[in-house]
Unconditional design. Sequence first.
Length: 138
Amino acid sequence: MAPFQTLRWFSQHQIEHMNVTPENVDLISITSPGKQQADINKDLFDHVFRVEFRDDDESFNESHAQQILDFITNSTANHLYCHCLMGRSRSVAVIRALADITDHDVQTPRSWNAHVYRTLIRTWNSDEKIADYDKLFS
């Protein structure tokens, strides 16, 4: 896994209208099942990983988490971007979890999807991070 210089989240609209990125950027593209995938300018990204799950407490599972973790583990990018429809819940949860896993200093809003965050952290096998999260938000 590359030591990411940047971890950022975006809305689908922001990603679809993006026309410039730094060099060496990978993207995690999150959409809901049955919804139109983001129209991404693939020339801006080295690799794009697409995953579908709803913004709820049921549809994201360990299989999704493992796929995301495999993607970042195999990444050689300097920058990792993630988007979901609104850029407020699922993408923020993914970036927050990846920041905690990689000890990356990222300031995120506190509105992320807790189920996505916990599933990623548990799949990575970090009970300590889950305990820290539970203390912070209980």
